[in-house]
Design a protein around this ligand. Sequence first.
Ligand SMILES: Cc1ncc(COP(=O)(O)O)c(C=O)c1O
Length: 360
Amino acid sequence: MKKRVHNFSAGPATLPVEILEAVESELYDYEGIGSSIIEISHRDKVFKEVASKAEHSVRKLLSISEDYDVIFMQGGATLQFSLIPMNFAHLGEISNFADVGSWSAKAIKEASKICNVNICTSSKEKNYTNIDRISDWNVMENSSLVHYCKNETIQGIRITEEPRFSSYSFVDMSSCLFSEDIDVTKYDFIYACAQKNFGPSGITLVIAKKELLEKSNPDLPNILKYDAHANEGSMLNTPNTFGWYVAGKMFDWYLENGGVAEMEKQSIAKTAMLYDLIDKSNFYVNPVNPEQRSINNVVFTIVNSELEKVFLEEAEKADLRYLKGHRTVGGMRASIYNSMKIESVSALKDFMENFEKNYG
Ligand SMILES: Cc1ncc(COP(=O)(O)O)c(C=O)c1O
């Protein structure tokens, strides 16, 4: 009997057992071709079929029109922090960046090496627990772009408003794409790494307006240019074929399981189980503005912080794994992406209640 724990990892994160089993069964001999899908050329018709089917499925899942390109890239979401200003900072005098958590701060750090940055809002002084409304951001005119992170994975806080800027919007959705029912037409450029909601690390999805990509900085080397990737169908060089193949399976799994609206409903219900418990107790604390709490990453501390080590040790023994908060903020974090089963959240909730009874 193979073992599965309750896996609350922030990413790479848990995947549906059905997907793991399908990959396992196909890995040696893909659909009778006598080779694995990871052993054939990305230009072979069998892989091309896998690749175009994945794009077709994600377009269907998010209702992405032909006005947008869908690109499967490498370099993680982190590469986007550099590529975005490299490709688009020339469109204005300054680039606006929102500082709403650790990932947006990293994006600002990288962009500052490349272009003039205006920090249009910052919640750093509030420990990233409360984000100003978009209408209150100090977005500068004559700017090239506005960048923000929709769900800050480390602080467990999200922005639910849609962007309303005169400049192009660039949004990091690494930890919330497919968990929140978004209207793609409201965004100019969306990106997300795969390892939370759609497969193994090493593949990043970019969904961007074609008319924007056509304005990519022409002086860059091809490998750094978005329009070059788009024009070559994400096959400018050898793509991450394994990641692309698994992503396609995940998109189909979403389509078969109610789509993104259903995922959002389940994400709200799953995380509410923990938020309700935390709010009712005087033992656990979540510092985030309740209206902005993430529906993917639930962060919490224990009032008596000395108990956190014991909590993590006992959780580990109960097969509730990877609950330690990010090394930069401490505390605990339960990452609950789409593949996380409600039974696992329930097991964590029961564990937290018992822990409070024993130590509170
Ligand atoms: C919101 C967000 N942005 C960016 C990243 C960086 O992704 P990668 O490690 O794929 O570069 C992460 C990773 O956890 C993230 O959660």
